[in-house]
Design a protein around this ligand. Structure first.
Ligand SMILES: Cc1cc2nc3c(=O)[nH]c(=O)nc-3n(C[C@H](O)[C@H](O)[C@H](O)COP(=O)(O)O)c2cc1C
Length: 208
């Protein structure tokens, strides 16, 4: 069986799409982290926008799309940005256990990552990252006067536009750090699907 990781090879008939034949855990694990790293840097990588599933205080599931911003393979950490007032932050502050789900059609890889999340709402790291974010088009996401999910008065429509002249509020930018505990890797392939469970130092092949 062959892995579906893709590499550029100028001598291949199609220089963009060539499958690497990853066979062993020693090859596949670093490739997973490499793809995560690429996703944090490249807007068009399918793993850039995973789904983050959490549990609300009533024990009910919740999930949403987030953008993968930083990857630290050595520390086993994935970083996201969010609004500190968003419901997910309150959920994760009560129950840090969460799952991230990534799918890439290009790789034919699904990655389900069990994580423990911590939310950093202030301090030097938040302020340093905010200096960059506040120059970007996304700055407004963290400056809205109302928290994400707040119900708007009927007929308000473009509430953000209506508030355009309001004095600049303080930002609500926060960093969401996910410590990876375990990964479930699934590769779909015509040659036979493959699945494995990865701990920090362990690898178990599973029935797909
Ligand atoms: C493509 C895409 C990317 C998103 N990225 C983020 C993100 O990085 N951080 C974030 O807090 N919300 C992001 N959102 C919005 C969330 O999916 C969600 O709607 C919002 O954060 C409120 O979620 P909550 O009510 O569960 O807190 C994104 C939505 C989409 C569609």
């Amino acid at each position: 069986m062959q892995s579906n990781a893709i590499q550029r090879n100028p001598t291949h008939p199609n220089p963009i799409i060539m499958k690497i034949h990853l066979q062993t855990p020693e090859d596949i694990r670093p490739q997973i982290w490499k793809e995560l790293g690429r996703a944090s840097l490249g807007r068009h990588h399918e793993w850039r926008t995973p789904v983050l599933a959490s549990v609300d205080p009533d024990g009910l599931p919740d999930a949403r799309t987030v953008v993968l911003r930083q990857v630290d393979a050595l520390a086993g950490q994935l970083t996201f940005y969010t609004d500190s007032r968003s419901p997910k932050v309150a959920q994760l502050q009560v129950q840090g256990a969460a799952v991230l789900v990534f799918w890439s059609a290009r790789l034919s890889w699904q990655l389900r990552v069990q994580v423990t999340c911590s939310v950093i709402t202030s301090g030097p790291e938040v302020e340093a990252l905010w200096q960059g974010v506040k120059q970007s088009a996304a700055a407004g996401d963290y400056l809205s006067p109302l928290p994400p999910g707040a119900v708007l008065p009927p007929g308000t429509g473009m509430a953000v536009a209506a508030n355009a002249n309001a004095p600049a509020p303080t930002h609500n930018f926060a960093v969401l750090r996910a410590q990876v505990l375990q990964m479930d890797w699934l590769e779909l392939s015509r040659d036979g699907h493959r699945r494995a469970q990865l701990g920090a130092t362990t690898w178990e092949w599973l029935t797909p």
